[in-house]
Design a protein around this ligand. Structure first.
Ligand SMILES: [Zn+2]
Ligand SMILES: [Zn+2]
Length: 357
C-alpha cells in the first residue's frame, strides 16, 4: 500500500495511506492547495499530534514545566495506589473497586465512546444528561472534549493530525501524555456541534471535575457509615473506601481506556483494511468492555456493537442492549451483515469530522 511521506518541522512523518484519503480529498477545506508564493513563516503552533510547527515553539524546559503542572493531580492519584498496603483492607472493599471499575468503564465504553462520540443510539435529553454525568465520573474531562478529540482521531487516524497515534508518538505519549499537551487542552466545538448546542453538556464540559467530586464524595460518606458500622471508625472507613473504590478503580479505568490509544494501534490482528493501524485485541476486550475490537470499530464506527460476532466478547454492547430493554435508549445501530463481511466501503464519518482546526 502506498504511503504519503511528509517532512514537517524537520521531522519525517508517515501520513495516511493513499487508499484511505478518498474521503478527505472530497472535502475542499481538508486539503488546501499549496500557495503560489511563499507565505510568511507561521506563528509557532502545535499540530494535533502535539508536534510544534513554526519558528518559536516553547523550549523543552518550558513545556516540561507546563506539563508538570497539569500532571500533578493525576500523578497524586496514581501515587495513592502505591499506599494501598498501608490503608485498611477488608475483602468487602474489593467490591468498591470492582463496582467503580465497571461503573466507570460502562461510562466510557458505553456512553462516552459509543453515544457521545459516535451517536450509535438515541435517548431523551434528560437521560443524555445522566449519561454525560455518568461518563464524567471517570475523570477524563467532559463529553465535548472527549468526543471532539476522538472524532478527530477517527478522521485522521495515524497521521500527523491524529491526537494520539503511536505511529508517530512514543508509547507513553500516545497512551496518556498527549492529554496534557497544549494542543489538546481546548474542547474544539466545531467537531461536536451536535453536542455543544446543549447548555447542560457545555456546563459539564467546563466544570468537568464536578462528576468525579460528587462520585468520590458519595464513597467518602459511604465509607464513613461503613467504618462506623464495622467499629473501625468513620475516618478509617472513609479513607479505605475512597482509596480502594474511586482511587484504584479510576486508575484502572484510566489505563484500560488509554490502551485503546496505544495498544490497539500497535499490536493485534487487522481483519479489515481501514487505511490506518487499528487492530483487534481480543484479550483487551474482556477488560475494557469490548473496546478491544478496535479494527472492527475503525472499519464501521457507526454501530453500537464493536464485537461483530457472537464470540467477540463486547460487554459494553450488552449493557447498551440491557438499557434499550429498559426503554431508556432506542434506535440502537448494529453493524449490518455487509459490514461484518467487509463488503461496504469504509464508512465515512459526518462532514464535521473532516474539518481541521
Ligand atoms: Zn471510536
Ligand atoms: Zn483508533
Amino acid at each position: 500500500m502506498t504511503q504519503v511521506v511528509e517532512n514537517i518541522g524537520g521531522m519525517t512523518v508517515r501520513a495516511r495511506p493513499l487508499s484511505s484519503v478518498d474521503a478527505l480529498a472530497s472535502v475542499p477545506s481538508a486539503m488546501p492547495a499549496p500557495a503560489a508564493t511563499p507565505a510568511p513563516p507561521p506563528a509557532a503552533r502545535p499540530a494535533a499530534s502535539g508536534i510544534y510547527i513554526g519558528a518559536s515553539a516553547p523550549t523543552t524546559f518550558a513545556r516540561i514545566l507546563i506539563m508538570f503542572r497539569r500532571l500533578t493531580l493525576v500523578a497524586v492519584i496514581h501515587l495513592c495506589v502505591l499506599f494501598l498496603p498501608f490503608v485498611y483492607f477488608s475483602w468487602s472493599l474489593l467490591f468498591a473497586t470492582l463496582f467503580t471499575y465497571a461503573f466507570l468503564m460502562i461510562g466510557m465504553a458505553g456512553w462516552m465512546h459509543r453515544y457521545f462520540s459516535h451517536r450509535t443510539f438515541r435517548t431523551s435529553r434528560a437521560f443524555q444528561f445522566v449519561l454525560a454525568f455518568w461518563a464524567g465520573c471517570a475523570a477524563q474531562r467532559g463529553t465535548l472534549w472527549w468526543a471532539a478529540h476522538h472524532r478527530r482521531h477517527h478522521a485522521f487516524a495515524d497521521t500527523v493530525d491524529d491526537p494520539h497515534t503511536p505511529a508517530l508518538l512514543s508509547f507513553w505519549r500516545s497512551h496518556m501524555a498527549w492529554i496534557f499537551e497544549d494542543a489538546h487542552q481546548p474542547s474544539n466545538y466545531k467537531w461536536v456541534r451536535d453536542l455543544a448546542r446543549y447548555p447542560e453538556l457545555r456546563f459539564l464540559d467546563k466544570w468537568y471535575w464536578t462528576p468525579p467530586i460528587v462520585y468520590w464524595s458519595c464513597f467518602a460518606l459511604l465509607g464513613a457509615w461503613w467504618g462506623h458500622a464495622q467499629g473501625i471508625g468513620a475516618g478509617v472507613g472513609s479513607r479505605a473506601m475512597v482509596v480502594w473504590g474511586p482511587v484504584l478503580g479510576t486508575v484502572l479505568a484510566w489505563h484500560a481506556t488509554f490502551c485503546i490509544n496505544s495498544i490497539t494501534h500497535m499490536w493485534g490482528k487487522r481483519r479489515y483494511d481501514t487505511g490506518d493501524d487499528s487492530r483487534n485485541v481480543p484479550w483487551l476486550s474482556w477488560f475494557n468492555f469490548g473496546e478491544g475490537w478496535h479494527n472492527n470499530h475503525h472499519y464501521y464506527p457507526h454501530s453500537a456493537n464493536l464485537g461483530f460476532h457472537w464470540w467477540e466478547v463486547d460487554p459494553g454492547y450488552y449493557v447498551i442492549l440491557l438499557t434499550e430493554k429498559l426503554g431508556l435508549i432506542w434506535d440502537v445501530k448494529k453493524a449490518p451483515p455487509r459490514a461484518v463481511e467487509g463488503q461496504v466501503r469504509r464508512a465515512k464519518p459526518r462532514p464535521e469530522h473532516f474539518e481541521r482546526d
